[in-house]
Design a protein around this ligand. Structure first.
Ligand SMILES: Cc1cc2nc3c(=O)[nH]c(=O)nc-3n(C[C@H](O)[C@H](O)[C@H](O)COP(=O)(O)OP(=O)(O)OC[C@H]3O[C@@H](n4cnc5c(N)ncnc54)[C@H](O)[C@@H]3O)c2cc1C
Length: 498
């Protein structure tokens, strides 16, 4: 880089934006992050009230090596910023017939758990874990840890490996080839929701998520998942990144097909050689770029992709304790196909939803007053469409969910504090695409290839680092998106394209 440092503006201080900012600052760029909210983290947020503390977004953290890599590349030790505790059990699963199963990272311990509910499935589990480990070996490089794959990249793989990508079956079909017990089929199918997709539609390639969680483990940052946002912000500032909160970008300026800067809400302007959008790709093309051919092409491309599912969240400050619950709990609906059909076909919140209940207070007792618990309840919900009006129905759906919870013996009583987030509110808070919380769904075989890449096709100097770009949604993937975007910047800088 020349004597004057190139200026990079990052739009958004979400996990993807902060990751890109850290990488670029580490490579000598002058970086300004502009965030419309008054805090870092984007969807990774926190709410405190009356002695309760809640994470408002992500609660399950996997792929620890990705977080480690970001810090070590910046010359830091992750342990100096975050205390990541492994979770045992990873998740406690509950079914209507009274079965309770703890998902455990240790394979022998997990086999013992499976043997307890159905000894005939232990061999299937061992085979499944070998299958997903192999899947991870084959797909992690082309699909996760490098720039977006093209069909040609797949042709370069040895034939035996290419076949292992397993994109012709659905996730659910591949799981059924390993298990007969409907409970275990449901358990492993659930991983499709980690990027907001349906197990009945996504390619079996997504079974790689089972490897990431079951073999590599799930982590909890002590203090709450929000600590990750704070740690990223701290590292970014230490590297000289300027972070401006309460500041919205209203326009990305271009000159001769190349970015020249951004305009802020107060009409001030920041000039830049590089703009990294952590804002949703659809938003960038719809609202931030001038309505020319590039914006129209980008909108068309994004418009052809199905958004991921959204979520309906209830935060409940419960004034009692339920010892049978773990840190992460799943209460499965008894008709999983109907649940995904409601979400992706009818686009209505499922009447009979699977409940996810996270209680960080189980690991961090300080997150609720003595004798109380901080309940984060999440159900998968459809992305926004005319099929469901949240303005009118939110309270009714919340009441319905509490009824469903009571059916499981989960009585929140009269909570000391309570808050809900509907897909409509999530959309209003963070911007994005129809309230989708993981960018685009992986509900088709080609989704991984059609997802927006980290480099804008028609605007030089514009890059994407978010769940709506390669490699997709979820905290670790969004970090990889930030890393991939910064790698594209460097490639282009070296090639003299920007
Ligand atoms: C309820 C919920 C539960 C989830 N659970 C999990 C989980 O358990 N595990 C997991 O891995 N993932 C989970 N996720 C998904 C995960 O949170 C996201 O994939 C990830 O945080 C997205 O990060 P991002 O950087 O792409 O975008 P965001 O977090 O959306 O950040 C984008 C930022 O850009 C800002 N911005 C947008 N437009 C502008 C503008 N014009 N000017 C200035 N700023 C702008 C926004 O305010 C925002 O801060 C969950 C999400 C939600 C909402």
């Amino acid at each position: 880089m020349g004597a004057t440092r190139q200026h990079a503006v990052v739009i958004g201080a979400g996990v993807g934006g902060l990751t890109a900012a850290i990488r670029l600052a580490g490579r000598g760029y002058r970086v300004t992050v502009v965030e419309q909210l008054d805090r870092p983290g984007g969807k990774m947020g926190e709410w405190r009230a009356a002695g309760f503390r809640f994470d408002t977004g992500p609660s399950v953290v996997t792929m620890r090596p990705v977080i480690e890599r970001l810090f070590s590349e910046a010359g830091r030790h992750l342990e100096d910023y975050l205390d990541l505790a492994p979770l045992h059990p990873i998740t406690r699963y509950h079914w209507r017939d009274g079965t309770v199963l703890d998902a455990l990272q240790d394979e022998e311990a997990m086999c013992a758990e499976i043997a307890r509910i159905n000894p005939r499935e232990v061999d299937g589990y061992r085979r499944f874990m070998r299958y997903v480990a192999e899947l991870h070996r084959v797909v992690s490089r082309p699909f996760l840890y490098s720039r977006q794959p093209g069909w040609r990249d797949l042709l370069r793989l040895p034939l035996a490996d290419a076949l292992k990508i397993d994109a012709l079956r659905t996730m659910h079909q591949a799981i059924r080839a390993h298990f007969r017990d409907p409970r275990l089929i449901q358990l492993f199918s659930r991983f499709a929701t980690y990027n907001g997709s349906s197990p009945y539609r996504s390619p079996a390639t997504l079974n790689v998520i089972a490897h990431v969680e079951m073999a590599q483990g799930a982590w909890y940052p002590r203090g709450g998942v929000y600590q990750i946002a704070l740690a990223l912000e701290r590292l970014a500032r230490e590297l000289g990144v300027e972070v401006r909160y309460g500041s919205r970008v209203t326009k990305i300026e271009t000159m001769n097909g190349k970015v020249s800067g951004v305009v802020l809400e107060d009409a001030s302007r920041l000039s830049a050689t590089v703009v990294v959008a952590n804002a949703d790709v659809s938003d960038v093309y719809r609202r931030l770029l001038d309505d020319g051919p590039a914006a129209q092409r980008g909108q068309r491309q994004a418009g052809q992709l199905e958004p991921s599912c959204s979520g309906f969240v209830m935060l409940l400050g419960v004034t009692r304790q339920t010892p049978r619950l773990a840190h992460h709990n799943i209460f499965f609906s008894d008709d999983y196909p109907a649940e995904f059909s409601a979400i992706f076909d009818q686009r209505i919140p499922p009447p009979n939803p699977t409940l996810y209940l996270c209680i960080t207070g189980k690991t961090d007792p300080a997150h609720a007053p003595a004798g109380c618990e901080n309940w984060f309840v999440l159900v998968n919900a459809p992305y926004l469409s005319p099929a469901y009006e949240w303005e009118r129905n939110a309270e009714t759906y919340a009441a319905h969910l509490k009824e469903v919870m009571r059916g499981w013996g989960l009585d929140a009583g009269d909570p000391a504090v309570e808050r809900i987030y509907t897909p409509l509110q999530l959309q209003a808070m963070y911007g994005g695409n129809a309230g989708a919380i993981y960018g685009f769904s992986s509900n088709t075989r080609t989704a991984a290839f059609r997802r927006p890449s980290n480099r804008a096709r028609d605007v030089r100097g514009l890059y994407f680092a978010s769940g709506s770009a390669h490699p997709g949604g979820g905290v670790p993937l969004v970090m990889l998106s930030g890393m991939a975007a910064s790698a594209c910047v460097e490639e282009d800088m070296q090639a003299g394209r920007i």
